[in-house]
Design a protein around this ligand. Structure first.
Ligand code: NI
Length: 247
């Protein structure tokens, strides 16, 4: 059920029966020496695509770039500014609305995206666009949080987490041949937020945020991904149940 593999004729047929589409979004940002640049979009994409497959729901191509300005002191990070990102989300949504999609659900893998995406939704409503716009961050789903708490406890942290790294180990095992495995200290810090790139590197010098990514395994990744898909299926059912308010 991937938009990138369909023709417009097939999209027309889909829209005769359904008005929902999932759009995976993430970031291209450093995930410490232990994790991949693609962590956030690879995880969101895997959760969205598997859910789409099970529920016969269309999944749009992944938007890999997100709002990652605080990671810019680390080589390789590519970030959209908040205002640009808001406009990208807005225009993706308007394009989909234009064709008759009414339930537009962004499946997210990156914390920095949440505020701008919600602001984009507020702006769309301000401009009187009708429809259901949601952002669901897979790692914030209650079932996922409780599973991850059971597996990693306090070592999960907030960035380059063992849960997201586990999923990418499951998806892209080869890429980890060149990554370190040695344990380090997990330091808890009390810091204000948001941070600019220099503040970020000063506080979180190797790019982790209170996490222990060396605990990640592909086996955990498989279990966490499955739990995320099951939890997302429930959320999608909730969204499908809403009655649209026509003008
Ligand atoms: Ni991440």
């Amino acid at each position: 059920m991937l938009l990138e593999e369909m023709s417009y004729v097939e999209v027309e047929a889909y829209l005769e029966g359904k008005d929902i589409i999932l759009v995976p979004i993430g970031s291209v940002e450093q995930h410490s020496p232990y994790g991949l640049f693609g962590t956030d979009f690879l995880t969101a994409e895997a959760v969205a695509r598997e859910t789409g497959k099970r529920m016969y729901i269309l999944v749009a191509p992944t938007l890999p770039y997100g709002m990652s300005q605080h990671h810019m002191a680390f080589k390789g990070t590519v970030s959209l500014s908040p205002l640009t990102f808001i406009n990208v989300i807005k225009e993706i949504t308007i394009s989909l609305l234009n064709h008759g999609f009414k339930r537009i659900v962004f499946i997210n893998g990156h914390g920095g995206n949440i505020n701008p995406v919600k602001t984009a939704f507020d702006q769309l409503k301000c401009e009187n666009y009708s429809g259901i716009f949601e952002i669901i961050s897979w790692y914030q789903l209650e079932e996922v949080k409780s599973l991850v708490e059971d597996i990693f406890g306090e070592n999960e942290g907030h960035h380059a987490t063992p849960s997201e790294v586990s999923i990418t180990k499951y998806l892209r095992q080869q890429a980890f041949k060149t990554k370190p495995t040695a344990k380090k200290q997990v330091e808890k810090v009390d810091v204000y937020w948001p941070l600019n790139r220099y503040e970020m590197k000063k506080v979180f010098s190797d790019g982790r945020m209170e996490s222990a990514p060396w605990l990640a395994t592909k086996e955990y990744g498989k279990i966490i991904l499955e739990e995320a898909v099951r939890a997302l299926e429930k959320e999608i059912k909730r969204i499908l149940n809403y009655k649209l308010l026509e003008e």
